[in-house]
Unconditional design. Structure first.
Length: 95
């Protein structure tokens, strides 16, 4: 899994959530990410990791996403881990 593949999967997942307002609302409520923050930082590794983490917490949602985007669901966890590591690295750089 490389960074570009992880980002592509996460952006597809974000689009999947955004195409259904209740689905997106649940993501925002459970993660604490606000709509303005999401708009401003949608490509940030921290947000993308949160999107994939959200899918990983709900297997049925993960499977619907994977099937609708022709993605192996087993690729989501490594993509999330890579993005989370990038987010942690960026946070360390800002400290």
């Amino acid at each position: 899994m490389d960074a570009d593949s992880a980002e592509t999967i996460a952006l597809s997942a974000l689009a999947f959530l955004a195409e259904d307002p209740p689905r997106l609302g649940r993501f925002l409520a459970l993660t604490g990410v606000g709509p303005d923050e999401l708009k401003a930082h949608a490509r940030a590794p921290r947000i993308l990791a949160a999107v994939l983490g959200h899918l990983l917490q709900d297997e049925s949602l993960l499977l619907v996403f994977a099937a609708s985007h022709d993605i192996d669901p087993e690729l989501v966890a490594p993509a999330q881990a890579l993005l989370e590591a990038q987010a942690d690295s960026a946070a360390d750089d800002n400290s």
